[in-house]
Write a protein that binds this ligand. Structure first.
Ligand SMILES: [Zn+2]
Length: 126
């Protein structure tokens, strides 16, 4: 990967990081109203759960983006963290924070689907 290509990915990652931070901060500011109505309570609980799930997902993504930014400064960006092969440029275009090549990712996804231990929490589904 050329320095120019790396810089382009870096800009993409930095933008993504800023976007996620904005979303996460906004969401944390949302107050969930208390309601005397039991049905509303259920509705609010569901909304709260959904908000928490989204927050979890965005926080996880933010971790991946940050990890990728760190790799972009130490020279390991674009290299699979599992088999150390180069990650294909096409995959990086689609998932700039990818930490694994497609075949390692597929193995990890399969293991995860089977409920087995995944490599670690670096996994992101494209
Ligand atoms: Zn790999």
């Amino acid at each position: 990967m050329t320095k120019q290509e790396l810089n382009k990915f870096k800009v993409t990652l930095e933008n993504k990081q800023a976007e996620l931070l904005r979303v996460i901060v906004n969401r944390e500011g949302i107050e969930i109203e208390k309601s005397p109505d039991a049905l509303d309570e259920v509705q609010h609980a569901t909304e709260r759960e959904l908000a928490i799930r989204n927050l979890d997902r965005d926080s996880a993504l933010l971790r991946h983006v940050r990890a990728a930014l760190i790799r972009s400064t130490d020279g390991s960006y674009g290299v699979c963290m599992h088999c150390e092969e180069d990650i294909s440029p096409k995959r990086l275009q689609a998932v700039p924070w990818a930490a694994f090549c497609i075949s390692c990712q597929e193995t990890a996804d399969r293991n995860q689907a089977l409920g087995q231990e995944s490599f670690d929490d670096m996994l992101v589904s494209a």
